[in-house]
Design a protein around this ligand. Sequence first.
Ligand SMILES: Cc1ncc(COP(=O)(O)O)c(C=O)c1O
Length: 360
Amino acid sequence: MISSFPLMRTASPVPDDQRAAILDAPGFGLHFTDHMAFADWTAEAGWHDRRVQALQPFSVHPGAAVLHYAQEIFEGLKAYRHADGSVWLFRPEINAQRFRRSAERMRLPQLPEQDFLASIEALVRADKPWVPVAAGERSLYLRPFMFAAEAFLGVRPSRRVVYSVIACPSQPYFAPGGVSLWVSTSYTRAAAGGTGAAKCGGNYAASLAAQAEAERHGCDQVLYLDGATEEACIEESGAMNLFLVTARGELVTPALGTILAGVTRDTVLTLASELGLTPVERAVPLAELRAGLADGTVTEVFAAGTAAVITPVTGIKAEGYAFTIGGGEPGKVTSALRELILNIQYGRVADTHGWLRHVV
Ligand SMILES: Cc1ncc(COP(=O)(O)O)c(C=O)c1O
């Protein structure tokens, strides 16, 4: 097949035995494959120089705009190896569309959806041996990103931009047992009109202080509110959307606006009815979550994201109160959804929604 991202194969791939050892225990985001996808954009020439090449450092001018003004966006998705050895992507079109929305918000150029998909597919084909077998829910994590590469000091959109995709064999980000969340009233992640719905690096840099606060309180992750007050509504976690399961059989998640429109979130909302649940997208006041956990009307809480898959939230803690959820064990709905999504992604059940895209 002729790709718009032609392969210039590396002359020095990681030796087979070293790669096998990495695939046995990949961790998350620690080891990179042999190749990377690349494309250049200038205001004059548009997108050009598309290719897949050996993984190598960029040469970046110290004045590159991204280093000063953080004009940068990224995406995260996975390639899954099925039992017959074939490799598939899960809903990559949604990532392509979100990448375009993030680019628009950060005044970066639009990457056509077909380039986004072609770059990822070309990289996965080049690095097929790096896609782990399904055991242990391993996969190849793909990281498309775009940054302002023009050397200038001044706040305006860059006239040169680099797009690239790198890949890491990975296992799930969190242990399946679950995470505890710290309700931060010191830090918010986003406000109306801000960048919360864009997947831009600055959002994550700004989250590090809140994450440190959560860890100081013995929690794994942050639960962000839409305002740093007790009357606020819940938003999401650092890299995951949040869901509540109610005793009435509802699957409730905060409405879109200032949060990231997660691919997993949309998948969960779509699958809810197949599990006999009613999906509900609306504002969820923190007070309602507290009351629901106290009186048992909220039966389960879980987080959803590409890296996290479906991760049970087993505890929520804040200044002055703490809840253990489901006796600290993953709930039934959480476990069923996790299994269903993984089964679809790994081709163990029929893909009735047409979510899988065959790569190689
Ligand atoms: C802030 C934030 N929320 C939610 C998500 C979940 O999104 P997705 O399911 O597309 O991975 C992510 C991960 O990308 C994220 O960074």
